[in-house]
Design a protein around this ligand. Structure first.
Ligand SMILES: [Fe+2]
Ligand SMILES: [Fe+2]
Length: 253
């Protein structure tokens, strides 16, 4: 809290915050509770509202989150919904410096948007699905594939199994059978090398001092991401509801 606030201003701010909190009841989606290891029944919205007749379940914008424009763009999601994107920016810059085709620079820029904005597990599949209506088919394919290909070395391009995976999963970890199956299919696909290129540029920091700004990629996004004019989430595409889930992640229904 701002030190310049007087005691009474602080009390007012706290009271304002509390009254705002009392205006609505958050009932988490089952997926969020399960991620907490919580298998108990969902809180009873009716009982909570009975305790506070002014409260309603959350059906509009979540006051705890930054407001989003009416017609949000991909860049708005980077700004207002995604977590820190330094890894994606560094990957894209690395790919750009290696003279990869522009659409592959975009693929590197977007390859982990599910990890930083949506769901971690199977993030390649979720991420590919999120962008599918808006990018070249090869970009979607490569984003989906990168998650699988990360588990498998390819000496021909100098890609080793990541040390970070050994540290994080243990030396005896083996990918799930569906991943192993998908690897076999992807290995023989015509776009294998595009998926592989994401893994090659999937680096955490090529230069720890390099600060890469999203604005550097405005043109790449402009030319390769078909931003729907109604805004992501409102274009009636098969994935619009997934973008809306990020806009209002605690919406009751
Ligand atoms: Fe990834
Ligand atoms: Fe990554």
């Amino acid at each position: 809290m701002n030190d310049a606030m007087t005691l009474s201003q602080r009390a007012d701010a706290l009271e304002e915050k509390m009254s705002r909190e009392l205006d609505y009841v958050v009932i988490k989606s089952r997926l969020y509770s399960m991620a907490e290891g919580d298998m108990s029944p969902a809180p009873n919205a009716g009982a909570l509202m009975a305790k506070n007749p002014n409260a309603r379940v959350l059906m509009g914008d979540d006051p705890r989150l930054p407001p989003m424009p009416e017609k949000p763009t991909l860049i708005d999601f980077f700004k207002y919904r995604f977590g820190p994107a330094a890894h994606l920016l560094q990957s894209a810059k690395h790919a750009f410096n290696a003279d990869l085709p522009e659409k592959m620079v975009l693929a590197c820029l977007l390859h982990d948007i599910s990890t930083i904005g949506f769901i971690r597990g199977d993030h390649g599949y979720w991420g590919a699905q999120l962008v599918e209506p808006y990018v070249d088919e090869e970009v979607t394919w490569a984003i989906r594939a990168h998650q699988v290909l990360r588990f498998y070395p390819d000496e021909s391009v100098g890609y080793d199994y990541p040390q970070s995976y050994i540290n994080s999963f243990g030396a005896d970890y083996r990918p799930d059978p569906y991943v192993a199956e998908d690897y076999k299919r992807m290995r023989n696909h015509k776009w294998y090398m595009s998926g592989r290129m994401i893994t090659v540029h999937d680096i955490y920091s090529f230069d720890p001092n390099a600060v890469v700004e999203l604005e550097e990629f405005s043109d790449v996004i402009g030319r390769n991401f078909r931003q729907p004019e109604q805004g992501l989430g409102f274009d009636n595409s098969p994935v619009a509801h997934m973008w809306r889930a990020m806009i209002r992640p605690a919406k009751y229904l």
